[in-house]
Write a protein that binds this ligand. Sequence first.
Ligand SMILES: [Cu+2]
Length: 166
Amino acid sequence: MRRLLCFALILCLLQGNLGLEMEQETETHVVTVDSTNLRFTPSTLTINEGDTLRFVWGGQALPHNSVEENGVFDSGDANRNVDYGHVFDYDSAGTYSFFCEPHQAVGMTGSVTVVDAEAPIDEEQNNTIGTSTNEGEATSNNVQLGLAVGMIALLGAALWRARIYD
Ligand SMILES: [Cu+2]
């Protein structure tokens, strides 16, 4: 039983260390133009801070662009071929409305909701404002994750051992 506890403890510590190096993955979300030629698809989406919103289309019957109503992003002049991306920073949580300039009047509009997300650890180190509090939170979350995994491993090992002596 002592050996089992020792094993669980090592696993727990190991998991905690791995957790510290784990970085949150960012994603790219693609918005294109649907078959009606006058709608964005998807037209509403929810993404995380750090993610990229990318407007991509090619060989369209009509030229399009995507402009955020407050100028947060702007793909430029309307074009039949567009590949434009905007990265939402870690202080950009909120909802943003965008539209296609030539077709706004016929409803070619969309909105993206950006959800608050924890910045990756190396990003936080570059950020001079509020670094210590963010890092503290991230560390405690990872240690908690490590403890939880350790507890599950301990329980699993105990069950496995109990089965052997049945
Ligand atoms: Cu358009």
